[in-house]
Write a protein that binds this ligand. Structure first.
Ligand code: GAF
Length: 376
């Protein structure tokens, strides 16, 4: 995996616009250890920031023009403040729109984006982008907003500006991650706890398996899951599925709503248990929770897919302590937890399983929990 340096983004800025950027900001991608599809149910999740980050080089302009160059797509967007672009440009322009909606005088700017967070891999490349842009503009405009407020600005940018109905997990970890920790996020009251997650010291490795597939079925499925959860809560007469009990889940007559609720209730409990085990550094013991999480996402929440299931099974056969899909699902990535030294056998097992099915081999990333959005 190649990393993007501050110098290279500064060079790209000079090449694109012919003058020097004022500064460079960056924000991380993430993997979620456990607590999947719980954030929009006021539940708990336990993400970890990646070392892979998105960098933006920025300079303010004294007019209302916005120019944004993306190294990944090799395209330059040109528009005015308040307009929301299309494709990749929707994300940074929606942040400017969202900041303006919260009362910031955003003004024009020139911006260059480069990233080592794989796009479309379920590793939150979008929050890495929105959070780096939000922090940059906030810093350059006199730090009007706190990080908590910037998280909300970025959620609204994605939900209302881009039209992607994500929860708040990805934006929160991007803004609040600390190196060598996992972040326990309680989406009911917004509280966070940094739990030490020094894998290497504990003799473990965490591997991300990017299947490199994204099923088009995913379009609309995330929003549908959100609606089903809201519907289930309404039937139960509660504000969110965070308040549901196992008994209430089983009482639902609609089999789909029953299964969705069962996932959310059991996943929140698994996340609490995993956090307790991490606090006492029993990393290996979270394995059965991760495995159960995958089964629940596959069978009850129905957001897994063939490639993720094959990756998870092959990782376990190759010697991983546990494996599960991570992120929204329908493709994207899985994670595998293993004892240090096992990764060659695990990756070989997964590659063999993919090759046997004539699928292109996955991409692998080793997780070293990184830090939050920052000015470099
Ligand atoms: C995506 C969303 F953006 C998150 O908010 C979260 O819901 C996740 O899917 C599933 O846990 O990454």
């Amino acid at each position: 995996m190649s990393y993007v340096s501050k110098d290279s983004v500064l060079h790209q800025f000079r090449d694109a616009y012919g003058y020097q950027a004022t500064g460079v900001w960056s924000a991380p991608g993430r993997v979620n250890l456990i607590g999947e599809h719980t954030d929009y149910n006021s539940g708990l999740c336990l993400p970890v920031a990646l070392e892979q980050r998105t960098l933006v080089a920025v300079a303010l302009r004294d007019d209302q023009t916005v120019r944004i160059h993306s190294r990944q797509s090799d395209e330059t967007y040109v528009g005015a403040v308040g307009e929301i672009g299309a494709g990749w440009a929707a994300y940074p322009t929606a942040v400017l729109w969202s900041l303006a909606r919260e009362g910031m005088t955003v003004g024009g700017l020139d911006l260059v984006i480069d990233s080592s967070v794989p796009v479309g891999a379920g590793l939150s490349s979008s929050a890495a982008l929105t959070c780096s842009v939000a922090l940059a503009v906030n810093d350059l405009r006199g730090s009007k907003f706190t990080r908590d407020q910037l998280v909300q600005v970025c959620i609204r940018a994605e939900n209302d500006g881009v039209g992607a109905p994500t929860g708040g997990m990805d934006q929160t970890i991007a803004m609040f991650a600390k190196p060598s920790t996992a972040l326990l996020l309680d989406c009911q009251d917004g509280s966070i706890e940094h739990i030490p997650f020094d894998l290497r010291d504990a003799g473990f490795e965490l591997l991300v398996i990017d299947t490199r597939v994204k099923h088009s079925l995913a379009d609309g499925q995330y929003g549908l899951r959100r609606t089903q959860c809201t519907d289930a809560a309404a039937v139960l007469g509660i504000t969110s599925l965070r308040e549901a009990t196992a008994e209430q889940a089983e009482s639902l007559s609609d089999p789909i709503l029953r299964a969705r609720t069962r996932h959310v209730v059991t996943e929140i409990n698994r996340t609490l248990s995993a956090a307790e085990l991490l606090r006492i550094r029993r990393f290996g013991d979270i394995g059965s929770l991760l495995n159960s999480s995958h089964a629940s996402l596959r069978d009850d929440f129905e957001v897994s897919c063939n490639e993720l299931d094959v990756a998870v099974t092959a990782a376990r056969l190759g010697g991983a302590v546990a494996a599960r899909m991570t992120g929204g699902g329908f493709g994207g990535s899985a994670i595998a937890l293993m004892r240090a030294g096992k990764s060659a056998a695990v990756t070989a097992s997964i590659c063999e399983a993919f090759t046997a099915r004539t699928w292109q081999p996955p991409r692998f990333l080793h997780v070293a929990p990184g830090g939050s959005a920052t000015r470099l």
